[in-house]
Design a protein around this ligand. Structure first.
Ligand code: URA
Length: 219
């Protein structure tokens, strides 16, 4: 999606020089069957400007394929649109020389808050029939701390979401009602293979919900 330049500038200012790099816009259909909200881009995404184009992206694409969907049918974004990194000094095992590396890290609450105008803008533009959050960061950005993936995955939530107030100084509950399905982050399977059956079930639920939405919109 093309964002107004003033919006991107505003978010960069709100970030106040936090350790992040690049900027990856949300991507996909502007009339999507579903909107996905992830965490933040990683190295691959920042290089090629395509959300979920690394290892986690492969998992996400496989799940979409299972529902006979492609990137073109959906809209994919994240709570944060730049790559949060850590600065790690270490000894290179091959050269035995000191080096500094910049691995990905989870975005902080302050970074999610700084980027909030962008997600608010995307939701207002797209007016999604259905949102699936991928992982706790996207879920808690929209529904707050009381919701967790381990507790709420695969359960449809219908109600308001957190959005910035007019002055953009804090979150408040939206007047509008949304349909949200919390899902595990696609990378979760790399750390815990035993999640596979739960993830499969959640995507089956999502399939039913997407098809209900389609039926509803054609009636
Ligand atoms: N993880 C995310 O949450 N977003 C991406 O774009 C890539 C990985």
């Amino acid at each position: 999606m093309n964002y107004p330049t003033t919006l991107v500038k505003e978010v960069k200012q709100r970030m106040n020089n936090r350790p992040v790099e690049g900027f990856v816009a949300g991507q996909g259909s502007l009339k999507p069957k579903i909107m996905f909200v992830g965490e933040a881009p990683g190295k691959n995404e920042v290089e090629n400007h395509i959300p979920f184009s690394g290892q986690a992206g492969k998992e996400l694409m496989a799940c979409l394929e299972g529902l006979k969907l492609t990137r073109a049918d959906v809209y994919i974004t994240s709570a944060v649109r730049s790559r949060p990194y850590r600065v790690v000094e270490r000894i290179n095992k091959r050269t035995h020389e000191k080096e500094i590396v910049y691995p990905n890290r989870t975005p902080t609450k302050a970074e999610v808050f700084a980027h909030a105008p962008i997600l608010d803008y995307e939701i207002a533009k797209i007016k999604p029939d259905l949102i699936a959050t991928l992982g706790n960061i996207g879920l808690q950005r929209l529904l707050g701390k009381d919701h967790t993936v381990s507790k709420n995955h695969g359960q449809l939530y219908v109600g308001p979401v957190l959005e910035l107030n007019k002055q953009k100084t804090h979150y408040e509950w939206s007047k509008k009602t949304y349909r949200i399905v919390p899902l595990f982050h696609p990378a979760a399977i790399f750390y815990n293979r035993s999640l596979a059956p739960l993830i499969k079930q959640d995507w089956e639920i999502l399939d039913t919900l997407i098809n209900d939405t389609r039926k509803g919109s054609s009636e």
